[in-house]
Structures are given as C-alpha cells and as structure tokens.
Design a protein around this ligand. Structure first.
Ligand SMILES: Cc1cc2nc3c(=O)[nH]c(=O)nc-3n(C[C@H](O)[C@H](O)[C@H](O)COP(=O)(O)O)c2cc1C
Length: 171
C-alpha cells in the first residue's frame, strides 16, 4: 500500500500534521509540499491525503490547484482531506468551502486537525490581524481572552489526526 500526503502550509502546522500522519500510517508513505512540488505521478499511489491551512477563509492556492488539476484521478483514489485552522466552531464549514465538491463527496474522511499560532514566524500584519480578530471575539464572548502575540500557541487536534490515520491505515 502506497500513500501520498500532499499539503500546503505557511507557518508549519499543516506540515506537522502531514508528518504526524506519516508516522501513523503503515506501508510506504510519501509527503509532498505542494508549494515546492507541482507534479506528482498520482498513478503510483493507492491512497492520497490532501491538506492545507486556512487564511481568511481560503486554503493555499497550490492546494486548490492540485485538487482541480487532479480532480478525476483523486476521485478514483481512497482519499482523505484535512485542514488546519484556529476557529473550531466553524472548522467543518471552512473545510467544506475550500475543497471541490466532487472530492468532498468521494473522500472517506474529512477533518479539521486544529491549528497553531506561531507568532515568531508571523509578519507584523499577520500578528495585527490575529490581535484584532481575537479582541473582537473576546468582546462578544466573555469566556475568551484576547490572544497574547508574545506566546505562540499550538492547538493541534490529535484525536482528529488519529481518526484520519485510522481511516487511511495503509494495510
Ligand atoms: C492572517 C491569518 C489569517 C487566518 N485566518 C483564519 C481563518 O479565516 N479561519 C481560521 O479558522 N483560522 C485562520 N487563521 C489561523 C490559521 O489557519 C492557523 O494558524 C493555522 O494553523 C496555520 O497553518 P500553517 O502553520 O500550516 O500555515 C489565520 C491565521 C492568520 C495568521
């Protein structure tokens, strides 16, 4: 059983998920960063996992291009889809928005794997956006606190990563 994990990531959370999935799936597993590799010979894989992270409601353009360019062959594979994002409440909605409907229909598993804020890697603009959004959220919801951009946070959803690995066991 040969598995491809193709991902897009800006600050590393989706990359980390891809690496964790690789550790948990049996057989031959290859990881491809879609920002670096455009052409993968999909014929050689029995199953494929495609993932990326969400920025302003969108997934990396390389992930979208990979899905649309390989729509037919991906539709014939055992397929898993994942996103990384920080808004738990509407994670499923965001996932349904960023992948083509054809693949959402055929995928055997679709999950949000949580996300991370790595402030050391973010530029000033990104930090400003996170501050503004989290301040607004804290105003509306007294149970939440504005994010402190001096402390990076990781909220990867191990349960969902395990669920993907289990569904795509590889044997
Ligand atoms: C500028 C910016 C915009 C973001 N927009 C969203 C968003 O629309 N929805 C969401 O749930 N998370 C959003 N996030 C959180 C990211 O999806 C999260 O940090 C993710 O783990 C990043 O993955 P990466 O490290 O693979 O790039 C945003 C983060 C930044 C910095």
């Amino acid at each position: 059983m040969k598995t491809l994990i193709a991902y897009g990531s800006k600050h590393g959370a989706a990359k980390k998920c891809a690496q964790m999935l690789k550790q948990k799936i049996a057989g031959e597993v290859e990881i491809v960063d879609l920002k670096q590799t455009k052409d993968c010979n999909l014929k050689q894989y029995d199953q494929v996992i495609v993932g990326g992270s969400i920025y302003a409601g969108m997934i990396q353009k390389e992930v979208t291009a990979f899905c649309t360019q390989n729509l037919e062959i991906l539709g014939q594979k055992k397929l898993g889809l994942f996103i990384c994002c920080m808004s738990e409440n509407d994670a499923d909605k965001q996932l349904e928005k960023v992948f083509p409907p054809e693949l959402l229909k055929t995928a055997i598993i679709k999950k949000s794997c949580g996300g991370a804020f790595d402030f050391k890697q973010m530029n000033v603009m990104e930090k400003m956006i996170i501050k503004m959004v989290s301040k607004a959220q804290a105003k509306n919801d007294p149970n939440t606190k504005p994010v402190n951009t001096k402390e990076s946070v990781s909220m990867l959803n191990i349960e969902n990563i395990n669920a993907i690995a289990e569904a795509m066991r590889g044997y």
